[in-house]
Write a protein that binds this ligand. Structure first.
Ligand code: DAH
Length: 341
């Protein structure tokens, strides 16, 4: 019995010194100390020993067991340390490797143009006004001298909001004229850029959503001369100091008289080119003297005050400025397109 115990011990210590990973270690532990293990088997046979032998062999068996357990523990620590240092060596970070370059975003061409235009008007003393895109039909049409049964409403068909009241997606930024006149006292000098909506099919020059910029100036003694002066300065700032402008008579329900303003083409200086379709001019905006009825409906006395208004589409200016030939490119947000600006 004693010999067998020492044999088991020797064999156990030898195999423990040879284990290479935690799995092998665990296998060895089960083989030696498990329920059906070598040492366990021997100890079960102790009952057959004589009274004298039992304590001696018992003590030896305990010594063998604790020697094996100590060795098991040592081997486990060893393996764990080896595994850790293996990981540390293999998962090293090379701090001298070049980093990944972050792609920088930048402004959308529309935002660049809108900011340019805002800055020009801010420089001329205008303030920026903002208002809702879901608008009351009263502001979008009625208060702009377009009564309920007027055919001008059909020309700007839009998306109506179901439910109480008469709300729609604004078809123009012009309702901002009324909102500003209702909420402030003259002198008024504002611009109001923003999104507008019309039910329209999408193609290279049409979209159900686009941007406009509205302008409004109200004070005592404002004349068409002020309108022309302000808008000419604006055109020169935006398109270059050689730019000339011309006004063509037009009709808008909320201005009287009304006009459209063209500017000489910045691509050819007026000779004719692809940008201006050989006309030498580009159509820039609609404008006019605010209709007395509109002033009155907004709570401003037309016998004391007068003013002018203007409105322009921002997509077209942007497309002309950058030579973009398809409106859809401005909404698709394809990075390959956008990174050119
Ligand atoms: N709201 C007009 C449109 O969408 C543009 C416009 C024309 C605005 C003349 C004005 C203006 O303020 O005076 O067609």
């Amino acid at each position: 019995m004693k010999k067998k115990l020492l044999e088991v011990k020797e064999k156990a210590l030898k195999s423990l010194s040879e284990v290479n990973d935690l799995k092998q270690l665990d296998d060895a532990r089960i083989r030696i100390l498990g329920k059906k293990g070598e040492l366990t088997g021997l100890m079960k046979g102790m009952g057959k020993l004589s009274k004298e032998e039992r304590p001696v062999i018992g003590q030896l068996a305990n010594e063998v067991r604790s020697a094996i357990e100590t060795e098991l523990e040592k081997a486990r620590k060893n393996l764990e340390e080896r595994a850790l240092s293996h990981r540390l060596n293999n998962e090293k970070i090379d701090v001298t490797m070049p980093g990944r370059v972050q792609k920088m975003g930048h402004r959308h061409p529309m935002s660049i143009v809108i900011d340019d235009i805002k800055n020009i008007f801010i420089g001329m003393g205008y303030e920026i006004a903002e208002g809702p895109e879901v608008e009351d039909a009263y502001y979008n049409f009625t208060a702009l001298n377009i009564p309920e049964d007027h055919t001008a409403r059909d020309e700007q068909d839009t998306f109506y909001v179901e439910g109480e009241g008469n709300f729609l997606l604004r078809t123009q930024t012009s309702p901002m004229q009324v909102r500003v006149m209702e909420s402030r006292k003259p002198p008024i000098r504002i611009i109001a850029p923003g999104r507008v909506y019309r039910s329209d099919e999408v193609d290279a020059t049409h979209s159900p959503i686009f941007h406009q910029l509205e302008g409004l100036v109200i004070d005592k003694g404002i004349t068409m001369g002020d309108l022309k002066g302000a808008l000419e300065v604006f055109a020169k700032e935006l398109l270059g100091s050689d730019t000339k402008v011309r006004f063509r008579p037009h009709h808008f329900p909320f201005t009287e008289p009304s006009a459209e303003m063209d500017a000489t083409c910045f691509g050819c200086g007026g000779k004719g080119c692809r940008i201006c379709k050989d006309s030498g001019w580009i159509e820039l905006l609609g404008c006019g003297m605010v209709h007395p009825k509109v002033l009155e409906m907004s709570g401003i006395d037309p016998s004391v005050y007068s003013g002018f208004a203007f409105g322009m589409g921002l997509e077209r200016v942007t497309m002309q400025k950058y030579g973009i030939n398809d409106l859809r490119l401005l909404f698709e947000n394809d990075v390959r397109f956008l990174k050119q600006f």
